[in-house]
Design a protein around this ligand. Structure first.
Ligand SMILES: NC(=O)CCC(=O)C(=O)O
Length: 283
């Protein structure tokens, strides 16, 4: 009896200890931007908004998805920048690097179309307070949907999907990064949680057909295992800087209140096992 319960116990994945965050409380600013066809104007405007967010006391500033270009397959190749080359080849990320250093903030720089070799990606750059590029997340799940008569969009016509999850240690804690549609895939968030992320940032630009139903609902569902899914601050459709205080001391408290991690029955629902079985049965 004792042996069998020990065996069962060992199949439950243990809760990983969280790395200690470098600080407990800080202000985050989420910037919602109006994007135009004028790239120079978009960059100058984002600069002004980031400065305003820092003035409001934000130590972490987050921009939206595709903030330097219209969101369209026709625009991505035209507005794309070679982020690795830097300098004149990437004026958008040069501005982000300069501001993160001069304002001493961590910047999750939304996303821009990235040109790398002959491929285009939808890429989020994270800059540290020293102005250095700490991480680059290429949107993993491309937004390809078809709801006849309502919306058909295929990012994969021009973009290539990223090949790896992105988790980055910053002055405001360990952050997992996803871009918009990446939010729909809960396993990515669960992976970030298992790897000790204190926070997950999803720069987004939702469509107006499924978006209004999804953007809050899906984010609240991704709260596991941190919070109760409480919305601390929000806004409507216009430009806005949403500022809120993040309190990491709540993570341990919520994990004690709701011990989901310990209660998970991972032994019963490993998707990989099911996928393997399905593949076997169709051979
Ligand atoms: N930019 C996107 O990835 C859009 C995702 C979206 O609208 C959704 O409903 O999901």
């Amino acid at each position: 009896m004792a042996a069998s319960s020990k065996a069962e116990e060992s199949r439950v994945p243990p809760a990983l200890p969280l790395p200690t965050p470098p600080l407990t409380k800080f202000k985050i600013a989420l910037c919602q931007l109006l994007v135009t066809a004028d790239k120079e104007r978009n960059i100058a405007h984002a600069r002004k908004v980031i400065e305003e967010a820092a003035q409001k006391g934000a130590q972490l500033v987050v921009l939206p998805e595709i903030w330097n270009s219209p969101y369209s397959n026709a625009s991505f190749p035209v507005y794309a920048e070679d982020i690795d080359a830097g300098g004149d080849a990437s004026p958008s990320t040069m501005m982000l690097s300069e501001l993160s250093r001069s304002l001493q903030i961590t910047l999750v720089g939304g996303s821009i179309p990235e040109l790398s070799g002959d491929k285009l990606y939808n890429t989020c750059c994270v800059f540290g307070t020293d102005g250095k590029l700490k991480a680059k997340h290429r949107k993993v799940h491309l937004f390809d949907i078809d709801i006849p008569g309502q919306i058909t969009f295929k990012e994969s016509l021009t973009l290539t999907g990223g090949e790896s999850p992105t988790i980055v240690d910053t002055d405001v804690g360990r952050i997992g990064i996803g871009i918009c549609y990446d939010m729909q895939f809960q396993e990515l968030a669960m992976l970030y949680a298992a790897r000790g992320a204190h926070l997950i940032c999803y720069p987004g630009a939702f469509n107006m057909v499924t978006g209004p139903l999804h953007w809050e609902l899906v984010q609240r569902a991704r709260r596991w295992p941190w919070q109760f899914g409480e919305v601390l601050a929000t806004t409507e459709h216009d430009e806005a800087i949403v500022v809120a205080e993040i309190d990491y001391s709540l993570i341990d408290l919520r994990r004690t209140n709701l011990p989901f991690q310990k209660q998970r029955r991972g032994d019963l629902y490993q998707l990989l096992d099911v996928q393997r079985q399905n593949a076997e049965s169709t051979k």
